[in-house]
Ligand binder design. Structure first.
Ligand SMILES: NC(=O)c1ccc[n+]([C@@H]2O[C@H](COP(=O)([O-])OP(=O)(O)OC[C@H]3O[C@@H](n4cnc5c(N)ncnc54)[C@H](OP(=O)(O)O)[C@@H]3O)[C@@H](O)[C@H]2O)c1
Length: 330
C-alpha cells in the first residue's frame, strides 16, 4: 500500500522551502499493527520552529512533518481486537502525522469518540492540555480570580479562555493588534485589550483592587514586562512561547521590589514527568470537552497533502484568523 508523506531533508529560515509530498510504500502489516488513514493534523508554531531548526527537540533528517493528529483505522492485523476497522484514533505525538496513511502499533493509539469533527479532535494533544495545565499547576486559583494572558487570539489563548470560564476564573486577554479584538470577544472573552505601555492602568480600571496572581506569556520581548506590571506583588508569570522571537524583557525591579516569579512551561517536559494515569486523565478531560463541543479552536483553512508547502507558509504567517489544518486525504 502507498502513502504520501510530507518530508524535508533540510532546515532553514524559510519553513516551507524544503518540505514536499513524497510517495512511499507502507511495509507489510505485522502482528499488533494497524493501518490508519490520517483525517486531520494541525500545523502548530512548534512545527514551524522544527522546520526552521529553532525548536527544543529536532528529529534527525530526513524527517516527516506533523506532531499531532487523528486518523481512522482502515486495516488491522489479525491479533488486534481492540481497534476495529473504522475506529477514530488519536495518533501518537511526533509520529509524522502529515501523511495520508500510517502504519502503527495498535497499543500506541487512543480510541476517540465517533461522530466528532476530526479537525477539532486533531488539535487535542498539544494546545488544550497546555492551556489547562498552565491554569492548574502554577497558582492555586479560586473561582472569581483573575488571570491575564497575551496572544489571546492564539489557539492556546482561546482554549485558555474557555477552560477558565468553566472554572469560574476571569480572564484579561491581551492581543497585539486592534483587528484581533472582535474575534476574541466573539469567542467568548469579555475583556480584550491591545498590548501597550499603559496596559497596567487599563487592567486596573477593569479589576479594581482585585489581585491578578497569574500571567501567561507566549510572546516575549517587552510584552513579558507589560504582563508582569499587571501582577499583584508576589504574582507568577509563566512563559510558554516566544512568538515575537525576542527574549523575555523584564526589569530586575519587578523581581526585587515586587517579588514576581518568572517560570517556564513546556508540555514535553510535563509528559515526561507525568505518570500514565495522569496523562490518561488529562486526555480524557480535554477529549471529553472537545467531543462535547465545549472546547474548540478557530480554523482559518484546511489543505490537502499536495499543498503542504502552501499550508506551512500559511501557518508561518502572522495575523491569521485561526489554525491551519492539514486534511491529508482531501
Ligand atoms: N510551551 C509549550 O508547551 C507550548 C505548547 C503549545 C503551544 N506553545 C506555544 O504557544 C504559542 C501559541 O501556539 P498556538 O498554536 O496557540 O498559536 P496560533 O494559534 O498559531 O497563534 C499564534 C499567535 O501568535 C501571535 N503572533 C504571531 N507572531 C507574533 C509576533 N511577531 N509577535 C507577537 N505575537 C505574534 C499571533 O498573533 P497575530 O494573530 O496578531 O499574528 C497569535 O496570537 C506558540 O508560541 C507555541 O509554540 C507552547
Amino acid at each position: 500500500m502507498k502513502t504520501i508523506r510530507a518530508q524535508y531533508a533540510q532546515r532553514g529560515p524559510e519553513p516551507a522551502q524544503w518540505i514536499a509530498p513524497v510517495e512511499m510504500d507502507l511495509p507489510a502489516l505485522q502482528p499488533g499493527e494497524v493501518r490508519v488513514e490520517v483525517l486531520a493534523a494541525p500545523i502548530n508554531p512548534s512545527d514551524v520552529l522544527t522546520l526552521t531548526g529553532e525548536y527544543g527537540l529536532l528529529p534527525p533528517l530526513p524527517a516527516i512533518g506533523g506532531n499531532e493528529g487523528v486518523g481512522r483505522v482502515i486495516e488491522a492485523a489479525a491479533d488486534v481486537t481492540a481497534l476495529p476497522v473504522g475506529t477514530v484514533v488519536l495518533l501518537p505525538v511526533g509520529c509524522g502525522t502529515w501523511s495520508t496513511h500510517l502504519q502503527l502499533p495498535a497499543k500506541a493509539l487512543v480510541p476517540l469518540p465517533a461522530g466528532v469533527d476530526p479537525v477539532q479532535l486533531s488539535m487535542l494533544t498539544v494546545n488544550p492540555p497546555t492551556a489547562l495545565l498552565m491554569l492548574r499547576d502554577f497558582v492555586d486559583l479560586k473561582p472569581g480570580d483573575w488571570v491575564i494572558q497575551n496572544a489571546a487570539n492564539s489557539a492556546v489563548g482561546g482554549y485558555l479562555v474557555q477552560i477558565a470560564r468553566l472554572r469560574g476564573l476571569n480572564t484579561l486577554n491581551v492581543v497585539r493588534r486592534e483587528s484581533a479584538v472582535a474575534a476574541v470577544r466573539e469567542a467568548g472573552a469579555e475583556h480584550v485589550l491591545v498590548d501597550g505601555e499603559d496596559l497596567p492602568k487599563r487592567v486596573r480600571a477593569i479589576v479594581g483592587d482585585a489581585p491578578v496572581r497569574l500571567a501567561i506569556d507566549c510572546v516575549g520581548g517587552v510584552s513579558t514586562e507589560n504582563l508582569a506590571r499587571c501582577l499583584v506583588e508576589g504574582g507568577t508569570l509563566v512563559n510558554y512561547g516566544a512568538m515575537s522571537g525576542e527574549r523575555c524583557m523584564i526589569s530586575p525591579r519587578y523581581f526585587v521590589f515586587r517579588d514576581i516569579t518568572l517560570r517556564g512551561f513546556w508540555l514535553s517536559q510535563w509528559f515526561k514527568r507525568a505518570t500514565p494515569d495522569q496523562r490518561k486523565a488529562l486526555f480524557a478531560e480535554v477529549g471529553g470537552l472537545i467531543a462535547a463541543g465545549t472546547l474548540k479552536a478557530k480554523v482559518q483553512a484546511t489543505y490537502p497533502i499536495a499543498d503542504i508547502a502552501k499550508a506551512v507558509a500559511a501557518a508561518a504567517s502572522g495575523e491569521r484568523a485561526g489554525k491551519i489544518v492539514l486534511v491529508p486525504n482531501g
